[in-house]
Design a protein around this ligand. Structure first.
Ligand code: LMR
Length: 404
């Protein structure tokens, strides 16, 4: 019986959504989960997604048969082109294995499962994670018997990248270590390495024969430009760093609930790719048999039609642009108007969906309890939860908490 089963705590991110929903305070603000909201605090179905859904609804040839085990082929090839670039040498040489997954989480899981089976050859099963990282990374690795190890990433004193700490971690790790790297818009800090810093990271990775495990959940969200946000990934491919990429369309296509993702493993040769694909197929079959079709069909239409693709880029700029506006406004309110003690430049320097405010766990809790502002206790705020109507209330609440 289950009476002695330990009671597990609720999920640190989704418990905030639940608490926010039942809160009756009129000025409540949800800055927890990373999900885009429009200026009216409403979920936003991208116009291009609506259009693609119309096309699908009218397509009498579509049925509900199983997809192939590795997913919808025109989706996975389109997704690979999107992240690796249309001119990717690895794609041209047939060295990329792409598998459709249950969004980014599923991609991370399948990647971790694959590595746990085939990468370590008796070496300790470990993956290095940035300190901090998305909390789910830890759980996903542990589920497949991989021990998460932290590498230095964030410097709380400067609220910026601890690049020396990061490079030291890379240098001091045993050869062939696996490093999970956020491709862009680091979650939770919103702090990415510069291009120059990525070069140094790749240099060390090559020197030490490390494996790069890229997680790319926010392509387009960092800069508003899909290609620019893929630069680190493409650069690593170009340099020949052994690597894989986990990809999600939850955020950049607003398809959160449809679970559309992919895992791309970049291999040295075409025969190696064939072998990797065969093993990934076996793993996928036992886990989910075959992935769901609806979201993949939507993304496939968008990726493979030049007109829809342009419309998607416009929609991404709308989302990224609104978030950048919120950063500027919050920064202005804190620094110019409220004159909140401390330096708040990181709000405009950080990129992507999140801002790491630098406030303590205690201050985060007070914000939630006293002001009904929901955020993770690490001080991360989802910028997409701010809008022209609630930003002043949030700034004033933050100001109060900082003043103590
Ligand atoms: C987040 O970090 O808020 C998002 O990635 C959503 C999630 O699944 O946790």
């Amino acid at each position: 019986t289950w009476e002695e089963l330990p009671l597990a705590p609720p999920d640190s991110i989704f418990k905030l959504t639940a608490a926010y929903k039942v809160d009756t305070f009129p000025k409540k603000v949800n800055l927890g989960v990373g999900a885009y909201r429009d200026d009216n605090n409403k979920p936003w179905v991208l116009p291009v997604v609506r259009k693609a859904e119309q096309i699908l609804a009218n397509d009498q040839a579509l049925d509900h048969e199983y997809l192939p085990i590795t997913g919808l082929p025109e989706y996975t090839t389109g997704a690979a082109r999107l992240i690796l670039g249309p001119d990717s040498p690895a794609l041209k040489e047939g060295r990329v294995v792409s598998v459709q997954t249950i969004s980014g989480t599923g991609a991370n899981h399948l990647a971790a499962l694959f590595l746990s089976r085939f990468y370590y050859h008796g070496a300790p099963k470990q993956v290095y994670l940035s300190d901090p990282t998305w909390a789910n990374h830890h759980a996903i690795l542990k589920n497949v018997g991989i021990e998460p190890i932290s590498y230095s990433y964030y410097d709380p004193k400067t609220v910026s990248l601890d690049f020396d700490g990061m490079t030291n971690s890379l240098k001091n790790a045993p050869p062939r270590s696996v490093f999970l790297l956020h491709a862009c818009a680091h979650n939770p800090t919103g702090i990415d390495p510069t291009q120059e810093q990525w070069k140094v990271i790749a240099d060390i990775a090559i020197e030490k024969n490390h494996y790069a495990f890229f997680d790319c959940a926010y392509q387009g969200f960092a800069s508003g430009d899909l290609d620019r946000d893929a630069q680190a990934v493409r650069y690593f491919v170009e340099r020949g760093v052994p690597m894989l990429v986990c990809q999600s369309f939850a955020k950049n296509a607003g398809l959160y609930g449809e679970r559309v993702g992919a895992l791309h493993v970049i291999t040295p040769t075409e025969p190696a790719a064939d072998r990797v694909k065969s093993q990934l197929s076996v793993l996928q079959r036992s886990e989910i048999s075959n992935p769901p079709s609806h979201g993949a069909r939507i993304v496939s239409l968008i990726l493979n039609d030049a007109g829809l693709f342009e419309e998607w880029k416009r929609d991404i700029r709308t989302m990224a642009g609104r978030i950048i506006d919120m950063r500027k406004e919050l920064h202005l309110l804190l620094t110019e108007e409220l004159k909140t003690p401390g330096n708040w430049d990181h709000i405009i320097n950080q990129i992507g969906m999140f801002s790491f405010t630098g406030i303590s766990a205690e201050q985060s809790k007070i914000l939630t309890e006293n002001a009904h502002v929901y955020l993770t206790t690490n001080g991360r705020i989802s910028m997409a939860g701010l809008n022209s109507k609630n930003i002043r209330y949030f700034a004033e609440s933050l100001d109060k908490v900082v003043r103590g």
